[in-house]
Design a protein around this ligand. Structure first.
Ligand code: ARG
Length: 282
């Protein structure tokens, strides 16, 4: 059977080329686990904010050393999850869609990120209609947007993104509460390459991923539960949680350059590398 949307074959290893990126990040100055809106969060776990800031700073320095640009947004008191910038919106071709959060605890982050996006010289910044948690559930891969639903982002937002950006949106059903955002279960590596943890998806969505990305890297549960798939690629370098060692090996074997970063404090809130990183695409 022919694939619905044929994807180009994975590039040969030698061709993996990094392109400079622009990211938006938020220093975890008010980070804490004060409520539990995903299974990772335990309000009694105790968090070390200074350590969180140091780990986050290492991530920022990693991006800078790779030649990327990092914009910052001021952390706001009372918004302990604001460090997870990926949830603040979706920016493609200089156009931004703001976020609208599922849980009341994070709702004020939507307007805060929208205001910051409005200062970034983008062509347009649009307020969302439906609930969507930005790049937590929308991942751009080549000329497609993969869109997660099941725990946070409303499927209505998938249609909203397709209409706003004019890019085909593929809806994917998340079924395991540990992987409540798409970016916890699937990593975009290149324009036609992804890695994912199949068990995080419904059978139909798994079949869709298999059709679109027959050569994808399949992550083990051990790598998925350290949020190894919560990774950021520039087309060659893949920044990922350091604990995902098998995944790093799989990446290396396919010609990517894995760069491990330890974000153990932020993992207590259910987030890691990608969650801290919103890509501003021009
Ligand atoms: N505590 C946050 C929440 O549950 C973590 C967000 C992680 N962000 C992400 N892009 N997966 O909303």
């Amino acid at each position: 059977m022919t694939a619905v949307l044929p994807r180009p074959r994975a590039a040969e290893h030698a061709e993996r080329v990094a392109t400079p990126r622009r990211y938006l990040m938020c220093r975890p100055e008010h980070f804490a686990v004060e409520y539990a809106i995903n299974p990772w969060m335990d309000v009694t776990s105790g968090t070390d904010r200074d350590l969180a800031v140091r780990q986050w700073e290492t991530l920022r320095q990693t991006y800078l050393a790779l030649g990327h640009e990092v914009e910052l947004i001021d952390a706001e008191p009372g918004l302990p999850d604001m460090v997870f910038a990926a949830n603040g919106g979706l920016v493609v071709e200089g156009q931004a869609l703001g976020a609208r959060f599922t849980h009341a605890e994070r709702r004020a982050e939507g307007p805060a990120y929208l205001r910051r996006l409005g200062t970034l010289d983008l062509k347009a910044v649009t307020e969302p209609v439906h609930v969507n948690e930005g790049e937590g559930d929308f991942l751009v891969v080549g000329d497609l947007v993969l869109a997660g639903t099941g725990f946070r982002t409303d499927p209505g937002a998938h249609t909203e993104v397709q209409e706003l950006f004019g890019i085909p949106v593929i809806s994917l059903q998340l079924v395991d509460p540990r992987f409540y955002h798409l970016d916890t279960a699937l990593a975009v590596l290149g324009d036609s390459d992804v890695a994912y943890y199949p068990e995080a998806f419904s059978p139909g969505s798994r079949a869709v991923l298999q059709r679109l990305f027959p050569d994808a890297i399949l992550a083990s549960e051990a790598d998925a539960v350290v949020l190894g798939l919560n990774a950021v690629s520039d087309g060659r370098n893949v920044v990922l949680p350091a604990a995902a060692t098998d995944l790093a090996e799989q990446l290396r074997a396919r010609g990517w350059n894995p760069v491990g970063v330890d974000l153990s404090e932020l993992l207590k809130a259910g987030g890691s590398v990608k969650c801290c990183t919103l890509e501003i695409r021009s």
